[in-house]
Design a protein around this ligand. Structure first.
Ligand SMILES: Nc1ncnc2c1ncn2[C@@H]1O[C@H](COP(=O)(O)OP(=O)(O)OP(=O)(O)O)[C@@H](O)[C@H]1O
Ligand SMILES: [Mg+2]
Length: 556
C-alpha cells in the first residue's frame, strides 16, 4: 500500500517531500520489490539451458530480436520497476565481468528472494536473512573452488569443450564445433603471457556479421575487415605494404554556410574559378601523397575530383568509414586519426602487410591484413538469415568470453547443474553447525541453489521434483558431478559428457545473485517522486511524434 507523504507532527502538517511523491514502507515495500524481481526471474527461467526456449522481443520501432540470451532478453525488455531494473543490472554486470551465466544469475537471485519471502513470513528479520545469505555465499564459493579442476590455460581441447557448452544453449546446429574452434583460436592468438598468467583483451577481436552463406563459412581474419568498397574504379584494388592515412575530414571543397553569389563576367574568369577549385582538390591528393600514404580511409565524403586525383596517384581510398571502425583501424595499424588534412604527416600513417578489396556474397569488403598490432583479429560471422547471424554473434560472444575466462583463470567445473547441486548438498551439511534463525537462511540458500539444475530439468520436460530428489541422493553418495543430461533426460555424470564451464562464471553467479538479492531485501522504504508532467506540446498525430513517448523518467 502506498501512502501520501504529509506527516502530522503535533497537529502541524509538515511537508518534506514534493507533491505527488509516494512512499511504501516495511513489508509492503519488501513484498512489491521481491515480486517485481521474481517476475523478471520467472520470465527468463524458461530460456535457461540447452533445451530452453527463445524469446521474441519487439521494440518500439518494431524491430524483432529472437534470442535465448539472458542479458539480451533483459536489455530488450525495457523494464520500469526499480527492483526489476536491479535484476537487469545484475545480468549486465555478469555479462561484462564473465560474459556468460546471465540467465543463471537472475534465476538464482529470483529463487533467493522466493526463499527470503518464505522466511519473512516466518518472521525472520531481513537482516538475519542477508547475513545468512552472505555466509552461505562465502561457503558456496569455497566449495566451488575446492571441487574445481585445474587445467592448463592453453589446453585447446578443454577450451573447446568449454566453448561448446556455452554455445550449446544458444545455437541448435551441427556447426558449433567449427565456431568453438574459431573462438579458441582467436582467444589464444590475442592472449599475452604475463608472468605465470595470461592476459586477454577481448576488444582485439572484432566480430563482424554478414547474412548469407552458412555458419561453417564463418572465419577468422588476421586483421580487419570492413564492409566498404574502393571508391573509384581507377584505383588499385590491392596494395601491398599499405601506408594508411586515417582521415576524419571531408576531402571536398567546403561549401559556404551562407548563400554566396559570384558574378563572372568573362569566360576567362569562369575558367580561373574552376581551375582554382580543381587546384584545391589536387592539393588535397598531393598532400596525402606527400605524406607517403598509398591508402586513404576517410570517415567523411570524398569528392569525385579528389577521387580522380588519388586514382591517378595509384592511391586506394575508402570513404564514409564508421567512427568505430576508424578507432579499430588506428589501434590495429598504429596510425593516428587526423582531423585536419594539413596536419597529416608520415608519422600518422598506419601500417599493415596487405590491403585488398574482396567480394563477400554480393558486397564488397576491404581487408586489412598483417597489421602492426598482430593481435587485431576479425571474426566474420556468416549464416543463412539475419536472425541466425545475430544469435550466432551472441553465442560467439559467450564462447569467446568463457574461453577467455578459462585462459585467465584456468579452473573449470562440470556443468548441467552439478556444481550447484554439490554446493547445495555441502551447504546443507554445514548449516547443521549453525544455530538459530541464520540456519534457516542457510538452508534457504542451499535450496535456492537447486533451482538451477531443476530449471534445466523442467525445460526438458522432466519432473523437477524427481530430479531434485535423485540428484540429492547421488550427491550425498559422493557423486559430485551428477547433473542433468538434458539430451537423454537422465541424471548423469556431467564430466563423462564433457560438459565443462569456467569456475569464474559459477563464482560470479553466486556472488552477484547474493548481492542483488541482499540489496533488494535490505530496502524497507521506497520513496518515489511523482512523474513530472510532460509539458503540453502539439498533439501527436501520425508523423508528428518522435521515437515513442518518452516523458522524463522518475528518479529512484
Ligand atoms: N549438454 C548439456 N547438458 C546439460 N546442461 C547443459 C548442457 N550444456 C549446457 N548446460 C547447462 O546450461 C546452463 C547454461 O544455460 P544458459 O546458457 O541458457 O544460461 P546462462 O549461461 O546462465 O546465461 P546466458 O548464456 O544467457 O548468459 C549451464 O548450467 C550449463 O551447465
Ligand atoms: Mg550460457
Amino acid at each position: 500500500m502506498t501512502q501520501a507523504i504529509p506527516a502530522q507532527i503535533s497537529g502541524q502538517p509538515v511537508l518534506i517531500l514534493k507533491e505527488g511523491t509516494s512512499r511504501s514502507r516495511g513489508k509492503d515495500a519488501q513484498r512489491s520489490n521481491i515480486t517485481a524481481a521474481r517476475i523478471i526471474a520467472d520470465v527468463i527461467k524458461s530460456s535457461f539451458g540447452p533445451r530452453g526456449m527463445d524469446k521474441m522481443l519487439v521494440d518500439t520501432l518494431g524491430d524483432v530480436t529472437i534470442t535465448g540470451d539472458g542479458a539480451t532478453i533483459l536489455k530488450e525488455m525495457d523494464v520500469e520497476h526499480p527492483a526489476a531494473k536491479m535484476m537487469v543490472e545484475v545480468a549486465k554486470a555478469t555479462d561484462d565481468e564473465v560474459g556468460d551465466g546471465t540467465t543463471s544469475v537472475v534465476v538464482f537471485a529470483g529463487e533467493l528472494l522466493k526463499k527470503a519471502e518464505e522466511l519473512l513470513d516466518k518472521e525472520v528479520h531481513p537482516t538475519v536473512i542477508v547475513d545468512g545469505y552472505k555466509q552461505s555465499s562465502d561457503k558456496a564459493l569455497k566449495v566451488l573452488s575446492e571441487i574445481a579442476i585445474d587445467v592448463p590455460p592453453t589446453d585447446r581441447e578443454m577450451l573447446k569443450k568449454v566453448a561448446m557448452t556455452s554455445m550449446a544453449t544458444k545455437l541448435i546446429t551441427e556447426d558449433k564445433g567449427h565456431l568453438a574452434d574459431l573462438a579458441v583460436e582467436a582467444i589464444l592468438e590475442v592472449a599475452e603471457k604475463e608472468g605465470d598468467a595470461y592476459k586477454v583483451d577481448i576488444g582485439n577481436i572484432e566480430v563482424e556479421k554478414k547474412a548469407g552463406g552458412s555458419l561453417v563459412e564463418t572465419k577468422l581474419i588476421q586483421g580487419i575487415a570492413i564492409e566498404k568498397e574502393v571508391v573509384h574504379p581507377g584505383m588499385p584494388k590491392r596494395v601491398e605494404d599499405p601506408k594508411i592515412a586515417l582521415l576524419n575530414c571531408a576531402l571536398e571543397i567546403e561549401k559556404t554556410e551562407f548563400d554566396a553569389k559570384i558574378n563572372i563576367e568573362s569566360p576567362d574568369q569562369m575558367k580561373t574559378f574552376l581551375d582554382e577549385e580543381e587546384r584545391l582538390m589536387k592539393d588535397m591528393a598531393d598532400k596525402i601523397a606527400d605524406a607517403g600514404a598509398n591508402v586513404v580511409m576517410c570517415q567523411k565524403g570524398i569528392d569525385d575530383m579528389v577521387q580522380h586525383f588519388l586514382a591517378k596517384k595509384n592511391i586506394l581510398a575508402v570513404r564514409r568509414v564508421k567512427e568505430s571502425s576508424m578507432d579499430k583501424l588506428a589501434k590495429a595499424t598504429g596510425g593516428n586519426v587526423v582531423t585536419n588534412l594539413k596536419d597529416l604527416t608520415s608519422k600518422d600513417l598506419g601500417k599493415a602487410k596487405l590491403m585488398e578489396e574482396r567480394k563477400l556474397g554480393d558486397e564488397e569488403w576491404v581487408f586489412i591484413e598483417g597489421c602492426v598490432n598482430p593481435k587485431a583479429l576479425t571474426m566474420l560471422v556468416r549464416g543463412a538469415t539475419e536472425k541466425i547471424v545475430d544469435e550466432a554473434e551472441r553465442s560467439i560472444h559467450d564462447a569467446l568470453s568463457v574461453v577467455r575466462d578459462v585462459v585467465r583463470r584456468p579452473k573449470v567445473v562440470a556443468g548441467g547443474g552439478a556444481p550447484e547441486m554439490e554446493a547445495a548438498s555441502r551447504l546443507r551439511e554445514w548449516a547443521g553447525s549453525l544455530s538459530g534463525r541464520i540456519q534457516l537462511a542457510a538452508l534457504g540458500f542451499a535450496e535456492a541453489l537447486e533451482v538451477l539444475p531443476t530449471a534445466l530439468a523442467e525445460n526438458t520436460g522432466m519432473n523437477p521434483i524427481d530430479v531434485a530428489v535423485d540428484l540429492r541422493a547421488r550427491h550425498e553418495k559422493g557423486e559430485k558431478w551428477a547433473g542433468v543430461d538434458v539430451f537423454s533426460d537422465k541424471v548423469e555424470d556431467m564430466m563423462k559428457l564433457d560438459i565443462y564451464e569456467p569456475l569464474a562464471v559459477k563464482e560470479q553467479v553466486v556472488k552477484s545473485a547474493t548481492e542483488a538479492a541482499s540489496m533488494i531485501l535490505r530496502i524497507d522504504d521506497v520513496i518515489a517522486a511523482g512523474k513530472e508532467k510532460t509539458p503540453a506540446g502539439p498533439p501527436k498525430g501520425p508523423g508528428a511524434g518522435g521515437m515513442g513517448e518518452e516523458g522524463p523518467e522518475s528518479e529512484y
